[in-house]
Every structure is written in structure tokens, then in C-alpha cells.
Design a protein around this ligand. Structure first.
Ligand SMILES: NC(=O)c1ccc[n+]([C@@H]2O[C@H](COP(=O)([O-])OP(=O)(O)OC[C@H]3O[C@@H](n4cnc5c(N)ncnc54)[C@H](OP(=O)(O)O)[C@@H]3O)[C@@H](O)[C@H]2O)c1
Length: 270
């Protein structure tokens, strides 16, 4: 298994997480897979969720190559909120989660030939990027608070700060999730539960050449996973990768609206 953590981070993360039961929802994907492999190297007990059983099985085998790492997998569709909550309650009753990385999400943009995204796309991204992760975090947060400890990581996006005209459903669903994460963090902090929002900019796809459009500031997903584990174990409220994307957030808020609108309209449609 090759997905090493830098040694300083590894020793800090190991002392925070070793022996703990950790959920990775969206483990079958690119970032989720890197997170799972890096967490496995810390000696945690992993529960991996996704929809593709074969991808989960391959990842589980990889994670088990770290001696002593227990791994269970489960196919869960978080767009089916009732079923996803039932799965969460059943897993948490059987072996309480100490930490959860809610990574699952979808990044689709406006369909070809349309002026705006379809109603179906808006509904699907709302469910997968906001309603599902927020509902899971609410349930887990309440349970962890009752136990007096826990860590929750919600993976949003740097796009949450920008009203992208070709990705309204994506940017607004991630914006909703980031506000939710802030509220959850404030509510749960007094009960020993930390909530970390990850707001990544672009990271490289698992398959070479998947993206045909420019992706400024793109970094390796391994680095994003490392930054997320570092922020979660330090109990930080947010991690932005790369850090200079914070400047874009600031610019988006500071520019006069007519100028900001012109820049946003000039962005190339992916
Ligand atoms: N890629 C980027 O540059 C970028 C930038 C900023 C933020 N992000 C965010 O980072 C996260 C991971 O992105 P990624 O690029 O690693 O994506 P990815 O490779 O496409 O993986 C997405 C993961 O989400 C899961 N998922 C999607 N819909 C689901 C559903 N209805 N129920 C359960 N699981 C579902 C997928 O499961 P299956 O594959 O098994 O269906 C997969 O495990 C996402 O939240 C994304 O929005 C990505």
C-alpha cells in the first residue's frame, strides 16, 4: 500500500486516531480512497462506504495490507436518506464511530446544449452534496455529543464561495454544506465533538486526462487527503487546499458586484 503520510503528521495523527473506529463515506472515489489508505496506515478500524462494491473491495484489500487494520465495507446510496440513516444507526450501534469523513459528492456542471442546469441535476446534487451529508452529520453529531467525544469532517468545495453560472447546483449545495458545518461545529464544540470543513480547490483526477478544461491550482489528491487528516486531528474548523484559494474567496467578496459578475460570466464552461 503506497500512500504515506509525512512522518510528523503521521505521529500526531496516530496519537489522535490509532485504535479508533473511523467511517469514510465516499471511500470508493478518488479523494476518499486516499483518505482511507492514509487512515489505514495509522492503525484505525475502518468502515468504508460507497456505491461500487468492487471498488470498495479493492480498497479494503489494500487497507488490510497494513497489519492489524480491520476493514468493513458497505454499499450505501446517500441520496436515499432513509436507507443511509438506517445504515449509519445500525453501524454506530454495533461499533460506535469515533470519527467520520463524509467525502461523497458529485461535481456535475450544466448539461451540454442547455442555458441552465436541469431541474433533475439540481435535485440530485442538492441531495448528494448537501442533504445526505448534512443529515448523516446531524445524526452522528448528536450521538458523538452524547458520548462526549468525536470528530466529523465534511468535504465541501472552494466553489462554495462563488456563484458559478454553469454550476449553480454544485456551488450552492456545497455552500449550504459549509454553512451547515459551521453551525454544527458551534453547537457540538462544548460537547467534545470537533467539526472540520474541507474546502478543496481542484485536485487531480484518479484517471489521467479525465478533465479537458483548465484547472488552476490543481494539486495531487494525496496532498488534499494529508491536509484533511492534519486539520481533523488538530480539530481545526476549516482546511482550504491550496491555501491561496482563500484569496479568491476574499476577492469574490471584496470586488464590486458588476466587476465580479463580469469575471464569473467570462469563466470557461467545463
Ligand atoms: N475533484 C475535485 O477537484 C474536487 C474539488 C473540490 C471538492 N471536491 C469534492 O471532494 C469530494 C470527492 O471528490 P472526488 O473527486 O474524489 O470524487 P469521485 O472520485 O467522483 O468520488 C465521489 C465519491 O462519492 C460517492 N458518491 C457519489 N454519489 C453518491 C451517492 N449518491 N451515495 C453514496 N456515495 C456517493 C462515490 O461513490 P461511487 O463511486 O461508489 O458511486 C465516490 O465514492 C466530493 O465531495 C467533491 O465534490 C472535489
Amino acid at each position: 500500500m503506497s500512500d504515506p503520510l509525512p512522518s510528523t503528521l503521521a505521529s500526531r495523527a496516530r496519537s489522535a486516531l490509532a485504535g479508533q473506529h473511523v467511517l469514510v463515506c465516499g471511500a470508493s472515489g478518488n479523494l476518499g480512497g486516499h483518505l482511507a489508505r492514509q487512515l489505514a496506515s495509522l492503525g484505525v478500524s475502518l468502515t468504508l462506504w460507497g456505491r461500487k462494491a468492487d471498488a470498495l473491495d479493492r480498497l479494503a484489500a489494500d487497507c488490510r495490507s497494513t497489519p492489524g487494520t480491520a476493514v468493513t465495507t458497505r454499499c450505501v446510496d446517500i441520496a436515499d436518506i432513509t436507507a443511509a440513516l438506517a445504515a449509519l444507526r445500525e453501524s454506530d450501534d454495533a461499533g460506535p464511530f469515533d470519527a467520520a469523513f463524509l467525502v461523497a459528492g458529485a461535481g456535475d456542471t450544466r448539461e451540454t446544449g442547455r442555458r441552465f442546469e436541469s431541474a433533475e441535476l439540481v435535485a440530485r446534487l442538492g441531495l448528494v452534496n448537501y442533504v445526505g451529508p448534512a443529515a448523516l452529520a446531524a445524526e452522528l453529531g448528536e450521538r458523538m455529543a452524547a458520548r462526549g467525544a468525536g470528530r466529523i469532517v465534511l468535504v465541501g468545495s472552494a466553489a462554495a464561495s462563488h456563484p458559478l453560472p454553469f454550476a449553480a447546483a454544485y456551488s450552492s449545495s456545497k455552500c449550504g454544506l459549509s454553512l451547515f458545518a459551521e453551525s454544527l461545529r458551534l453547537a457540538l464544540k462544548p460537547h467534545g465533538v470537533s467539526v472540520t470543513l474541507a474546502s478543496p480547490g481542484f485536485f487531480a483526477a484518479a484517471a489521467q486526462g479525465t478533465h479537458a478544461y483548465a484547472r488552476p491550482g490543481e494539486i495531487a489528491p494525496e496532498r488534499v487527503a494529508q491536509a484533511i487528516i492534519g486539520a481533523a486531528t488538530a480539530g481545526r474548523s476549516e482546511v482550504v487546499t491550496p491555501r491561496w484559494f482563500l484569496l479568491l474567496r476574499w476577492l469574490g467578496a471584496a470586488l464590486p458586484r458588476p466587476l465580479r459578475d463580469r469575471l464569473l460570466r467570462a469563466l470557461p464552461v467545463p
